[in-house]
Design a protein around this ligand. Sequence first.
Ligand code: UFG
Length: 346
Amino acid sequence: MPEKILVTGGAGYIGAHVTKVLLEAGYDAIVLDNLSNGRGDFVPDGRLVVGDIGNRAFLNHLFAAHSFAAVCHLAASIQVGESTLLPSLYYRNNVANTLTLLDAMVAANVKQLVFPSTCAVYGAPSIQPIPESHPLNPISPYGATKLMVERILQDYSRAFELQSAILRFFNAAGAAPDGSIGEAHEPETHLIPIAIEAALGLRSHLKIFGDDYNTPDGTCVRDYVHVMDLAEAFKLSLRYLQREQTSLTLNLGNMQGFSVKEVAETVMQVSGRSFDVRVAPRRAGDPPLLVGSNQRAAEMLGWTPRYSDLNTIVRHAWQWHSGERLPVPNPLPPSAISNNLLGLPY
Ligand code: UFG
C-alpha cells in the first residue's frame, strides 16, 4: 500500500507542485485546501477535499477517514507586504490555524510533518549565502508567523514526539516543465509572473521597487529556486523523517542571487519581448539581499537543485503563463472535488 500523505494548501502554487511530485513518486497524496487562493483545477481528479485547517471538527473527520503517514503543511498566507497591513490575518491563518492542525495530528497519532518556512525568518541578514545558524530576526509579520511555527514545532517535538522537517524556502519560481501547473496568485505580487505579464502585454509596465539599495545595481537581490526542486525536497524530507525518525531544519536556496533588473532582462530575453520598466519607491519589508546556502540540504537530504539556471526557471514560467488563459479565481471542475474522501455525506 502506498503511504497516504495529507497536503494542506495543495491547490496552491507550491502545494500543487508538491502533490505532483509525491504522486509521481508513488505516494497516495490527498489535498486539503479551502480554495481561498488555490485552484481546484491544479489538483488531479478525486484528490481534493475542500475545507479549512482551522476547523477542528472537520479535521477530526478527515483524520478519522484516512490513515495518514505524514502531513505536508503548505496552507498559509504568503505575502510579505500584505502581512504588514493585515497582521491579524497572518497570525490567525499561519499560527492559530497551524496549532489546530497540529493538535488534530497529535490526537490522530500522525507524527510527521514537512513544514515550509521562509528566508524571511532571517530578517535583513549580514552573511550571504545565509547558513541555517544565522540569527533569526524577522522584519515582517509573515516572517514572524513562520518563525513562531518553527518554535511551536520544537515544543511539539519535545511534548508529543512530533517530528518535523522545516524547509526555509528562498524565492519559489518557475513551473512544472510539462506545462501542467504554474504560478497563479490572485492578485499577483511576485516579480517573475509580473514581469511575464508585462511581456505578454497584460500589464503596461513592470515597477522596480527601489533602485537605491546597497547592491551591485541598486535593486534587490534574491535567490530564485525552481518550484519543482522545492517539491522534490518535500519528497526527500518525507523519506528522511521515515528513515531517521528525527527533526531537521534546512535552507533551500540556490546559492546564487539575481537582481530585479537582471530578472527583468532575463524575462525579456526568454520571451523575446521587451516591456516598459519603471522605478518606483521601495516596498515595505524588503531586505536588500537574500541568498541561501544549500550545503546542509545537500548533506542531510542529498538535495541539489536540478533546475538551478535562472534562464530555465524563467523559461518554464514563461511556457506556463503564455500557454495559460488569464487566471480565473478558483475555477473548480466538479470532478475535482471528492467529498467521499472525507467520509462525510456533504
Ligand atoms: N519586485 C519588484 N516589482 C514587482 C514585484 C517584486 O521590484 O512588481 C521586487 C521585490 O521588491 C523584491 C523582488 O522583486 O525585491 C522579489 O519580490 P517577490 O515579491 O517576487 O518575492 P519576495 O522577495 O518578496 O518573497 C520572498 C519569498 C518569501 C519571503 C520573502 C522575504 O518568496 O517567502 O522573500 O523577504 F518571505
